[in-house]
Design a protein around this ligand. Structure first.
Ligand code: NAD
Length: 506
């Protein structure tokens, strides 16, 4: 069955004000299993009225939720964490079905995702403000972290559990949220929202609407929305950032990536080659931290190429439910067509196809979207090198020095992550300081920050100032309100009233 085949029985609903409700829709798409093409559910596209209803429910729930004691909110996050953990096998099955990654990759995603909730549960500590007494005679100053109201979280398809759970920090800090999952992979988010309902979040604290462009536009424009967290491609990240900030709202928009991996002559190849292959092709290369382009010192180039070919050829292509699978399908037919066209164009331009994944099939999965590991020897200025291809089409090029690698990396319009494989500390140090990226890996192929470290990027990989996760998330979802105080009684022991020297200075 292809993506356009029969309409499944299951019709998805929005979750608004604690209720699952049929969607007042302006159209629909079908959520499909990318390994088979089988339809999983009908995904209605919410109308403006349906989107507004979710924002209004969130706005209504905010006053009570912000006053809910911080330990109570933290306890709710712990309860939610427990439920997600208990349901991890079920959630992994859903991720595999709608996204195509393998069960072990799905469980790995869930481990990281649940750590978001754990980190958000530390809110009694992270939402603390600060006080300084006696900034002038009888004057004290403090800041408190105020929640702001309704936040929107917009997620991409490739991490169906992890990115939707960005909402954890928003609600833990006393805000309410409207989540819009990817229309390609909404089923994991829906199950996680059901678990949030079981955890006992009051109605309206967590809401979810289904849609695509028009839903995002409605949410970014709604006057009750205070801020937007977006994760997706650079093109849409920039659009969403401009739209949201033009509406005078906060926005953090994580964009796409085109990450470079540098293999030097001191790299321990026995250890690094499996790591490189996993970075290039794991999760069918549908990870923002995946290595896209390899820059290899000329002295080890031939050895790296031949060992990578062996490693990549050993990755079994297949359904994520098969325990031996090393690589699943790409997300849909449109993505597959795009990647094949990019390979065709590179070949026509004279690039050397070291590995060519076109035309592969998987028995029993004829309706799936399959592309094997593809490795193209090409120039760093070629289109296939400079464009983000969010699938298993990777490039390689020999280099003569670290400076050459740094120049190529810094010429990129993306600035997500860069990786170096070396045993020379000084070289690694120079690299990590010189590259214009948000993350650096040293002998680590996918240097993704864990929940309690901020994640972001530079250039078109990130629009905004405060990154996602950890303390940056707490900063993003709260406002540091400063309170300057003096008292007119004299019980405090100092002179009463504001020190004129303090008030008169600014
Ligand atoms: P996408 O940009 O196509 O979609 C992301 C979200 O934006 C979806 O919810 C979608 O419905 C919505 N959207 C799509 N078109 C829109 C429009 N014109 N206006 C407003 N909203 C719109 O991304 P994707 O294909 O789902 O995900 C893959 C991309 O996400 C890759 O580029 C990848 O690098 C990036 N990504 C980045 C990170 C990161 O941490 N920086 C993490 C994961 C994925």
């Amino acid at each position: 069955m292809s993506d356009s085949a029969a309409r499944p029985d299951r019709v998805l609903q929005n979750y608004v004000a604690g209720q699952w409700i049929d969607i007042d829709s302006i159209g629909e798409t079908i959520v499909t299993n990318p390994a088979t093409g089988a339809g999983l559910a009908v995904h209605p596209m919410s109308s403006a009225a349906a989107n507004n209803a979710a924002v209004e429910a969130a706005a209504e729930a905010f006053p009570a939720w912000r006053k809910t004691p911080v330990p109570t909110r933290a306890a709710m996050m712990f309860r939610y964490r427990h439920l997600l953990h208990e349901a991890r096998d079920e959630l992994a099955d859903i991720i595999v079905a709608e996204n195509g990654k393998s069960t072990s990759e799905a469980l790995g995603e869930l481990l990281r995702a649940i750590q978001y909730v754990e980190n958000a549960a530390t809110v009694p500590e992270t939402q603390k403000g600060a006080v300084t007494q006696n900034v002038a005679t009888s004057v004290d100053i403090e800041y408190i972290r105020d929640p702001l109201g309704v936040f929107v979280v917009i997620a991409p398809f490739n991490f169906p559990a992890m990115i939707p759970l960005y909402f954890s920090w928003a609600v833990a800090t006393g805000n309410t949220v409207v989540l819009k999952p990817s229309e390609l992979c909404p089923l994991t988010a829906i199950r996680m929202i059901e678990l949030a309902e079981t955890a006992g979040f009051p109605p309206g604290v967590v809401n979810m609407v289904l849609g695509d462009k028009s839903t995002v536009e409605n949410l970014c424009d709604h006057e009750a929305v205070q801020g937007v967290t977006f994760v997706g491609s650079s093109e849409i990240a920039e659009i969403v950032y401009r739209r949201t900030t033009n509406n005078s709202k906060r926005c953090q928009a994580q964009g796409g990536a085109n990450n470079h991996l540098v293999v030097t002559d001191t790299a321990v190849l026995d250890r690094c080659i499996p790591n490189i292959a996993s970075s290039l092709f794991g999760c069918a290369s549908q990870r923002c931290f995946a290595g896209s382009n390899l820059l290899v010192y000329r002295s080890v180039y031939d050895e790296v190429v031949s060992r990578l070919v062996v490693e990549a050829n050993a990755m079994k292509l297949g359904r994520g439910t098969d325990p031996d699978v090393g690589m699943g399908p790409v997300i849909n037919e449109a993505a597959l067509d795009k990647y094949v066209a990019a390979i065709d164009a590179a070949e026509a331009a004279g690039a050397n196809l070291i590995l060519d994944g076109r035309g592969v099939t998987v028995d029993g999965c004829e309706g799936g979207h399959w592309l094997g590991p593809t490795l193209i020897e090409t120039n760093p200025t070629s289109a296939v090198w400079t464009t983000e291809l969010f699938g298993p089409v990777r490039c390689i090029h020999p280099i003569d020095s670290l400076d050459e690698a740094i120049d190529i990396i810094n010429d990129s319009t993306y600035g997500h992550s860069a990786v170096i494989y070396t045993e020379r500390g000084g070289l690694a140090r120079r690299f990590s300081q010189a590259v214009e990226t948000g993350q650096v890996g040293i002998n680590v192929g996918t240097p993704a920050p864990i929940a309690f470290y901020p994640v972001g990027g530079r250039k078109s990989s990130f629009y905004g100032a405060l990154r996602g996760r950890g303390v940056d998330a707490v900063d993003f979802y709260t406002d540091k309100k400063v309170i300057v105080t003096t008292w007119h009684d004299t019980d405090g022991g100092d002179q009463a009233g504001v020190d004129p020297a303090f008030e008169g200075t600014v």
